[in-house]
Design a protein around this ligand. Structure first.
Ligand code: URA
Ligand code: SF4
Length: 220
């Protein structure tokens, strides 16, 4: 194994004193905080309502998102939108982003196969999430799956054990000082891609919707 240098991270690419999410988005387009920018097509920044009370955080862009430059516009995104709808959350009132903002993949023949981001990528990209949260100041963060949980709730958090529960921003969270909203709450659930892969897709989907209903009630 070649020795791998720790990535320099995104922090030095984050503009200070930005007042609009678009300023972050424009800067993130040139982020070289880790090596993932090299093979991916483009940075996929978050999108949605700048006044969102709830922010959804996924893993990383997929193949479709990498090509279109927008988060959650592929199959997992369609499923997430349906689940948000079915939970009674107004989809136009949310902001959606990812823990890692470049697509990590490996070539298999002509196909690009998703590879989960590693801890170094999650850490390198964390400053963009912090920047988004600092401007959005959401009330609730919905953490979708293990990668987002690692980024936001710490490495020992287990989604399967704690899903669907409204929690105060946990003291164990990494960098809690980065998230200024005092009453910030978190709710973890499974990733929509896990629903797509599940043997019993209907049951997995119903579980996701049930978790999101907890978020809907919290926002009501
Ligand atoms: N999965 C994610 O986690 N994010 C996307 O944007 C698309 C698929
Ligand atoms: Fe920067 Fe994140 Fe892309 Fe790495 S994945 S280059 S830290 S935007």
């Amino acid at each position: 194994m070649p020795r791998t240098e720790a990535p320099i991270g995104a922090q030095q690419f984050v503009p200070s004193n930005a007042r609009e999410l678009d300023e972050f988005k424009a800067a993130a387009a040139h982020c070289t905080g880790c090596e993932l920018h090299r093979d991916a097509t483009q940075t996929v920044f978050g999108r949605g309502n700048a006044h969102a009370r709830v922010v959804f955080v996924g893993e990383q862009p997929g193949d479709v998102e990498d090509q279109k430059g927008l988060p959650f516009v592929g199959p997992a995104g369609r499923l997430l939108r349906d689940a948000v709808d079915d939970a009674g959350i107004d989809a136009s009132s949310v902001y959606i982003t990812n823990a890692v903002k470049h697509f990590r993949f490996e070539w298999r023949g002509q196909r690009r196969i998703h590879q989960s981001p590693g801890p170094a990528h999650i850490t390198a990209c964390h400053p963009w999430l912090v920047a988004e949260f600092a401007l959005l100041r959401p009330e609730l963060v919905v953490v979708l799956g293990a990668t987002a949980a690692k980024s936001l709730l710490g490495p020992s958090f287990r989604v399967t054990r704690s899903r669907g529960q409204l929690m105060p921003w946990p003291a164990s969270a990494q960098h809690p000082e980065d998230f200024p909203a005092a009453q910030l709450q978190a709710l973890a659930t499974i990733h929509p891609s896990a629903v797509l892969r599940a043997d019993d897709r209907d049951a997995a989907y119903a579980g996701l919707v049930d978790d999101l209903k907890v978020a809907a009630t919290a926002l009501a």
